[in-house]
Write a protein that binds this ligand. Structure first.
Ligand code: SF4
Ligand code: SF4
Length: 223
């Protein structure tokens, strides 16, 4: 899932300072699960923005709606009637959601109310951690299911940098060294041969450095 954090209310209030009639669009997907941009957070934001305006002696009409996922056009189009009634949209989706709304509703400005942080998961209630670097070439079979693209501070792909101390990363001693974790797991499985084997350099061109990527499945496009 995508993990995001709400922008401070003051920041959102400043972004929409010129608008008096907005639609706050919550996202029922990842943004709800990470407690950043679901229906409840939408209502809280609307109330906070109204209070902010009141303090300035002004008013704002902030309507809240929730769509299942902002990253799917079929849900984005569902709110056309509500979008027509407002000056601007405030998205509580991740960056994908903001862009899908902006691409579809071309006559409206769409303001982000979240900061999109990473692709990860919930490790305990109220805590999420990054797990996937979206590199386009998954090598987790070589690293005991532990992703050095995200979990090694230097993104090293072929073994530790040599700086770890007591299993902790030299860049951030609060975090485990990813390669220490990889070694420990492979050792426990009796598969250190995987770690020792030569592996060619990673093909980073499949990652995010070459502009936006796309995926096309012919079987799905013909449905
Ligand atoms: S728009 Fe973003 S936050 Fe919402 S479901 Fe899609 S990926 Fe998740
Ligand atoms: S100590 Fe481990 S996790 Fe930290 S940068 Fe070096 S190899 Fe990567």
């Amino acid at each position: 899932m995508i993990v995001a954090k709400p922008k401070p209310v003051e920041e959102v209030a400043r972004l929409i300072d010129s608008c008096d009639n907005i639609l706050i669009v919550a996202c029922g997907g990842c943004a709800t699960i990470c407690l950043a941009g679901g229906e409840k957070e939408g209502e809280i934001l609307a109330t906070a923005l109204c209070s902010w305006r009141e303090k300035q002696g002004r008013t704002i009409n902030a309507t809240v709606t929730t769509i299942t996922r902002q990253c799917e056009l079929e849900f984005v189009t569902d709110i056309a009637h509500q979008v027509k009634q407002v000056e601007a949209i405030v998205s509580l989706g991740c960056g994908v959601g903001v862009q899908f709304l902006a691409e579809h509703y071309r006559d409206k400005l769409v303001y982000p109310a979240l900061n999109t942080i990473f692709a990860g998961g919930s490790v305990q209630p109220g805590r999420w951690e990054e797990r996937c670097g979206l590199c386009g070439e998954c090598m987790l079979h070589l690293t005991a299911g532990i992703c050095p693209v995200t979990r090694c501070a230097k993104n090293i792909q072929n073994g530790p940098c040599g700086g770890s101390q007591n299993g902790k990363c030299e860049i951030n001693p609060q975090l485990p060294c990813a390669w220490h974790l990889i070694y420990e797991k492979l050792a426990s499985l009796g598969r250190l041969d995987i770690m020792m084997a030569y592996r060619p350099p990673k093909d980073w061109s499949k990652g995010k450095s070459g502009g936006p990527r796309s995926v096309k499945r012919e079987d799905a496009t013909q449905r």
